[in-house]
Design a protein around this ligand. Sequence first.
Ligand SMILES: NC(=O)c1ccc[n+]([C@@H]2O[C@H](COP(=O)([O-])OP(=O)(O)OC[C@H]3O[C@@H](n4cnc5c(N)ncnc54)[C@H](OP(=O)(O)O)[C@@H]3O)[C@@H](O)[C@H]2O)c1
Length: 317
Amino acid sequence: MTKSNLRPFGPEGWTPKRLGSLAGKTFVITGANAGAGYEATRLLLSKGARVVMLNRNADKTRAAIASLKREHGDDTPVSFVRMDLAVLDSVREASAELLKNTARIDALICNAAIAQVAKREITADGFESQLGVNHLGHFLLCGSLFERIKESGGRIVVVGSNAYKMGLKKIQFDDLDFNHNYTAWNAYAQSKLAQMMFAYELQRRVEAAGIQVQVQVCHPGASRTNLLKDTASTFNKILWAVLSRVIAQSAEKGAWPEVMCATEDGLQPRSLYGPTKRMDTVGPVGECELDEVALDRDMASELWAVSEEKTALRWPL
Ligand SMILES: NC(=O)c1ccc[n+]([C@@H]2O[C@H](COP(=O)([O-])OP(=O)(O)OC[C@H]3O[C@@H](n4cnc5c(N)ncnc54)[C@H](OP(=O)(O)O)[C@@H]3O)[C@@H](O)[C@H]2O)c1
C-alpha cells in the first residue's frame, strides 16, 4: 500500500471538518459514558444526530448526559439504555428495549471494552472477562440488532486495537477462557483479535448475501482515557499514567476513527482505520496496515460458530 492510499483524506487525515449535518440519523454506541465513546457521542450530537448510549453504569451515565446537555442544550437527543456486556441476559434485555424505542439505526458503534484485567475474571455466563465483554457481548448485540440495522441500510463499527497483532496472535480454541497460563495482555489481545476477526467475517457474509449493511473496523491508537484505570495491575496503571502523557493523544482524537467509520462515504472493506503516525498510535486518521491474521477465514469461521453457541444466538448469514 502506498502512503497516499494510507491517507485517503490527505496529509491532515480525516477530521470532524468533513462531517456534514447528521440530523435525522440515529447512532447507537456502547460504553459512551467516558473516553472515546463519550467524545464520539459529543461529536455526533454536535452535528444534530440522535444518540442512544448502551452503558452499564447508570450514575456515570446520568453525569455524562448532564454534561452533554450543558454543552448542546437540554433537548439534545441523547438517551440511555442500561446494558452490561458481561451479562448476556442484560444484552438481550437492552436490545429488546432499544428495538421498541428506536425505529432506525444508522450505525451501531461497538466501542465499550475492558482491558488488561490484572487477575483472571469470569463473566456471569462463565467466559474469561475480556473475551466475554469485548467480543461475545458485542457479538450478541450485533446479532440482536442486525435486522433493524439492515432495514435502516446502516453500519456496524467495531472498535479494535493494535493489540490484535500482539499477544498470541490467534484464537485459543482449546482454551478460550484462559483456564491455563492467563496473562492480562494475551487475554486482552485475543479479545480484540476476536472482535476484529468477527467484523471481517461479518463483512464477508454480508457481501455474499448481498445485504446493504456496511461493517467497518477502526482503532483509537493510544488515547488518554480511563481504559486501564479499573482493571489493570498497579504496575501497568502507573506505567500507562506516565507513558500516556508522552506518547498518547487526547480521547477526543481517539474518537475520530469511530465517528469516521460511522459516517464517511467510500470506506473500504478489509481495512483498518485509525491514526497513522508513530506505529499507528497517534496522528492523522487514515488507513492502517492490516496484519493478515485478522483476515484468517478458517479461524474466523470457527470463531463465528463458537460465538453462536456460547451466546445461544442463531445468526443465519
Ligand atoms: N485508550 C486507548 O489507548 C485504546 C487503545 C486501543 C484500543 N482502545 C479501544 O477503544 C475503545 C474505547 O475505550 P476507551 O479507551 O475510551 O476506554 P474507557 O475510557 O475505559 O471507556 C470504556 C467504556 O466501556 C464501558 N464498559 C466497560 N465494561 C463494560 C460492560 N461490561 N458493559 C458495558 N460497558 C462497559 C465503560 O463503562 P464504565 O464507565 O461503566 O466502566 C466505558 O464507558 C475500547 O474498545 C478499547 O479497547 C483504546
